[in-house]
Design a binder for this molecule. Structure first.
Ligand code: NOJ
Ligand code: NOJ
Length: 752
């Protein structure tokens, strides 16, 4: 695999890197040290043949047999001449010799690199008689010159090549003393650069591969599963390689260029398909979910024939139910997931599709429909035909979450484009689409709307929350690209909607009431979906924007999950603190009311999001509001702040991560063997129900898998938001009432 095709990855938000000490431990070895250390006092002496000349090296270790030098060290010592009379000159020279031996044929080439030379005594320069001892001090050079250019000093090690032509290349360093008395006398020795010391113990290395489950799953086909016949082959191996290249300057031996190289494995590790249910489900389901999602996008999706480019079909199902339409909500949530994969570098191939989505939505905005024209409410129309014409049948309309979700998706693409130097395209092409949606949100957020389940006409937590997010992000984007005229209105309406958002909290029941109308308990996946789709890791556990780890959102999650424990047959017998399958809301009667894949995944995703933040901030808070949630995992836990070093933090986060995995395992249990995700599964038999291949189900699988691996979407500005002191919806407030009108007209439409 070339490095160009390696999957890109997202830096982990938590660290599992082992700690290191400055001093080498049992299995580590120091390769170089440039710090001053006590000078060793050992000496090494080498003599010429016949003993007339000695080469003495000082500052060596006591037990050394060859002089050893670190990189850039000074070679120090003395040349001793037994009979100095008649000496003409004394020189000392450091040489590097490169021996290239062609193993099969026995050919040898030797290159000598003269690295440095020093004249210690010369009859013509120095007066008198040559002294019997001449000291020298020569720095070990870090480069050599081939007569023309300087090159870095080659490392000393042998290169063994397998195959033809086989070379053995050895680089040696030596110091030689030359005493000229008419005849040349030499004393020489090899010296060892310190780096050459061979490793006697393996050095452990640690490598963390963190990426989306999808991109890591790409390795799985190469990771054979264990079998009785090949029990040792179950791992995908990772090798740490050292590549040695000997660049022999333009030399040709026997007609072959002599540049030679070798790759040697100096470390090895392995990873394997996780043994747990959840790991193996994710590795199989990720590629299926991604492919299933892409199949439902026109015009080239395998299951979406007839859909225009960039149009997302809700499902290919045409009867019971007929979902072969495009919903603005489903499409925008699906494309938000796609855009996050693109902007985070996980999948650069998605860009064309994103551009097609943007143009398709720009076209749909202009289609007059039963909700109105582009300027008279048509943007609130929930669904269209897949050929981009209006759907004119009766329906629960308008649904005002659509324009908010669509602008959130396109704004995330716009922010990436700006960061990558394409602001002009944002201004000319994206902004006109975003602005229509945001203007609609700014003027209509406080109007009655059908909820995301298309049933209750009132005000809806999910809708208000995504409208608030869209206005905040929209105002920031407008500021960035100089569209300043809209900013103050967006900010005012964002503040107002944030104020109203607080009013959904039910302090008595300790949960978020999903809709202001509808006559139900109000316990609803609506609120959990809100938490994951307005998650902003930068906001910490802020309760004002109901962040996943906020006390209100956690308490709400427990109340919501518990509402499904006794109403589905498949949940019976499951412990009251373990994961169960969850649906839209307990009173649901659509297909008799069943678990939904996207609802059960959303519970896990909220918990993974919470874990990401707790790990990043290094602590978690247990408040009186979230106490019941945390007591599920430790009956004795008390209100307080627990640092990540405490056993309470560790116990709770381990149990919560396990709890989160349990929700994935529930869906895994009821995923058919082909991996297809429909909308629901039967509450008693667990068999898939309702629309097959629901695009939104696939997107919910991809986002929960990513959250489990630590991935977070870019921030949208939720950090530090405060509810205005004049907000009546602020439970801590008590100020005057904010000037907002709600036209609430509650109706329930069941069945489809
Ligand atoms: C029914 C769901 O309740 C709604 O949220 C969704 O938009 C449509 N199906 C299409 O998937
Ligand atoms: C009723 C369902 O409850 C609703 O969610 C769905 O969107 C419509 N029928 C249309 O299928």
């Amino acid at each position: 695999m070339s490095t160009a095709s390696l999957p890109s990855y997202v830096a982990p938000s938590f660290s599992r890197t082992p700690s290191y000490t400055a001093e080498p431990t049992a299995y580590e070895q120091r390769l170089a040290l440039n710090r001053l250390r006590p000078r060793p006092s050992g000496e090494i002496t080498k003599q010429s043949k016949g003993g007339g000349v000695s080469l003495r090296f000082v500052a060596q270790a006591n037990d050394a047999t060859l002089p050893v030098y670190g990189c850039g060290a000074t070679v120090e010592g003395a040349v001793e001449v037994a009979k100095p009379d008649g000496v003409l000159s004394v020189d000392v020279k450091i040489k590097g010799t490169l021996h290239l031996k062609e193993i099969a044929e026995g050919g040898t080439v030797t290159y000598e690199l003269c690295l440095s030379r020093m004249s210690l005594w010369n009859k013509d320069r120095d007066l008198g008689v040559c002294p019997p001892s001449l000291s020298f001090s020569l720095p070990l050079p870090s480069t050599f010159n081939d007569g023309k250019n300087d090159f870095p000093l080659p490392p000393t090690h042998e290169v063994h090549l397998n195959g033809m032509p086989g070379f053995r290349a050895t680089v040696e360093y030596s110091v030689t003393a030359y005493v000229d008395k008419g005849i040349l006398k030499k004393a020489a020795t090899s010296i060892l650069p310190k780096q050459q010391n061979s490793m006697t113990e393996p050095i452990p290395f640690h490598l963390t591969l963190t990426s989306s489950a999808y991109s890591l799953a790409a390795f799985m086909p190469y990771g054979p599963t264990p079998s009785l016949l090949s029990p040792n082959k179950q791992h995908t191996r990772i090798k740490l390689l050292r590549q040695s290249i000997v660049d022999v300057r333009n030399t040709v031996v026997f007609g072959t260029k002599t540049d030679i190289w070798r790759v040697k494995t100096i470390g090895q590790g392995s990873f394997q398909r996780g043994s747990g249910t959840v790991d193996s489900y994710i590795s199989t389901e990720s590629p299926i979910a991604k492919a299933g999602l892409l199949s439902n996008i026109g015009s080239s999706g395998a299951k979406s024939s007839g859909a225009k480019p960039g149009i997302v079909i809700a499902s290919p199902s045409t009867t019971n139910p007929d979902y072969l339409y495009t919903w603005t909500r489903d499409s925008s949530l699906v494309f938000k997931a796609i855009i996050d994969q693109f902007t985070s570098g996980q999948d650069p191939s998605l860009r064309t599709l994103i551009d097609e989505f943007v143009s398709a939505e720009g076209i749909l905005q202009q289609v007059s429909n039963p909700s109105g024209t582009v300027s008279s409410g048509g943007l609130g129309e929930p669904k269209f035909n897949i050929d981009e014409t209006a759907f004119t049948g009766s329906w629960g309309r308008p649904q005002r979450d659509g324009p908010a979700l669509r602008s959130i998706a396109i704004i995330s693409y716009a922010n990436w484009l700006i960061a990558n130097g394409n602001s002009s395209w944002v201004t000319s092409t994206l902004w006109p689409i975003i602005e229509l949606d945001l203007n609609y949100v700014a003027s209509n957020w406080n109007q009655t709307t059908f909820d995301l389940w298309e049933e209750v006409s009132s005000s809806s937590f999910f809708t208000t929350a995504v409208q608030h997010r869209a206005l905040r992000e929209g105002s920031a984007l407008a500021t960035k690209i100089g569209q300043t005229s809209v900013v103050s209105n967006y900010n005012t309406q964002a503040d107002n909607s944030l104020c109203f958002l607080q009013s959904y909290w039910n302090p008595t029941g300790a949960y978020i009431t999903a809709n202001t109308g509808g006559g139900r308990s109000g316990k609803d996946a609506n609120t959990v979906l809100t938490s994951i789709h307005t998650f902003d890791a930068a906001a910490g556990c802020d309760a004002t924007s109901f962040q996943p780890c906020s006390d209100k959102a956690l308490s709400n999650l427990k109340v919501y999950v518990d509402a499904f424990r006794s109403i589905y047959g498949i949940n019976s017998g499951i412990s009251s603190t373990a994961a169960v399958a969850t649906g839209r809301y307990p009173e649901d009667s659509y297909y008799n009311g069943n678990p939904w894949y996207l609802a059960t995944f959303a519970v896990a995703e909220q918990l993974y999001d919470a874990l990401i933040v707790w790990n990043a901030q290094g602590s978690l808070d247990v408040t009186s509001i979230s106490l019941d949630f945390f007591r599920q995992f430790s009956a004795s836990v008390a209100v307080g702040t627990y640092a990540s070093s405490t056993s309470t933090f560790q116990t709770l986060t381990a149990a919560i991560s396990n709890f989160a995995d349990g929700f994935i395992a529930e869906n895994a249990k009821y995923t058919p063997s082909d991996g297809g995700l429909s909308e629901q599964y039967d509450k008693n038999s667990g068999s898939p129900l309702s629309a097959v291949d629901l695009t939104w189900s696939y997107a919910s699988a991809l986002t929960v898998f990513e959250a489990r691996s630590g991935f977070t979407s870019p921030s949208w500005g939720a950090k530090g938001l405060v509810v205005s002191s004049s907000c009546s919806g602020n439970t801590g407030g008590g100020g005057s009432t904010v000037a907002v009108t709600f036209n609430v007209d509650a109706t329930t439409v069941f069945g489809g």
